[in-house]
Write a protein that binds this ligand. Sequence first.
Ligand code: PLP
Ligand code: COI
Length: 367
Amino acid sequence: MATSVAAKTDFITLAHPAPVADETRVQWLENPGFGTLFTDHMIMIDWTEGEGWHNATLGPRRPIELDPAAAVLHYAQEIFEGMKAYRHPDGSTALFRPEANAKRFNVSARRMAMPELPEELFLEAVRLLVDKDSAWIPDMEGASLYLRPFMFASEVFLGVRPAKRYKFIVIASPAGNYFKSGTPAVSIWVSSDYTRAAPGGTGAAKCGGNYAASLVPQAEAIERGHDQVVFLDAAERKWIEELGGMNLFFVFDDRRVLTPALTGTILPGITRDSLITLLREEGLTVEEGRYSLEQWREDATTGKLVECFACGTAAVVTAVGKVAGHDGDFTIGTGGPGQLTQKMKNRLTGIQRGQLPDTHGWVTKLD
Ligand code: PLP
Ligand code: COI
């Protein structure tokens, strides 16, 4: 019989036989890095064509057994989200715009022909895990508990069609800076040989395949001594889209800010959306439009472009200091973080961390 999992009580809690020792956890949390440490627990929920969502558990984090013919291993039906839980000054824990992640998860699910997860269930799953592993939320400035909800096709079947069996899982990872040693400004490489997403493709979905496609150009960026890759549009190879895992903003000398429009090939970042609101509150004019690589180079050279920053859940707000491509390099402003970049980072993180008032209802307190 189908199990209703809309309410907290419908999750079965499985005891952890051997959680990480307190002293070890405390030591790990002093310098968590990004993406290598994981908390004790995880959420898992199954979906099958007949039963819908069922079998919801909060249990010990453990390897999952997959049949070699599981559909995800062949046709990459997989989507994920990235969000963070923060420790507030009063010791409580909070999430930032989790409803937006729940909504985007379903947008991704639709694009990848996967079942939607009721938003309330997504939120409940995340809340339960954060509550269970709240001791894992680092409280140093800049650190948080990174949450990774994801879904994949687990059906054992090699035919090419939407699977009839999926797993939704949430894991959590204490996180510090995404960029090593909190790099003040990153250097980015313009990928002319590779694109990330084409019109009609999956660029606006948060699916694993988009990231797989970004790895060769990202490796090329690293090889050439840069931190990140920036992609151009696939049709004309002219317009700036986004980085492998971040959106971009351009700041001009006339209090105008531009960010690439959501054309369907760019991920609609929740940080991007929040910053548009915050920038407008600062009295800046924010445009969502097109910006060419050629114009970018020219504006940086003439000084019309004064700042540029990348943003995302993992990267927060990070200044872009240098840009390099096959046609040479250019520097933006002083090459370091500009004033507005710093100010917006402080405003955003201040709200997320409970140090500034949340006037938009973006913060969900968990206790
Ligand atoms: N663009 C890409 C490709 C991403 O992976 C991310 C990170 O999730 C973002 C943009 C920023 O999105 P958000 O601000 O919702 O984290
Ligand atoms: C995030 O910011 O949450 C992402 O998913 C991006 C990834 C590069 C870590």
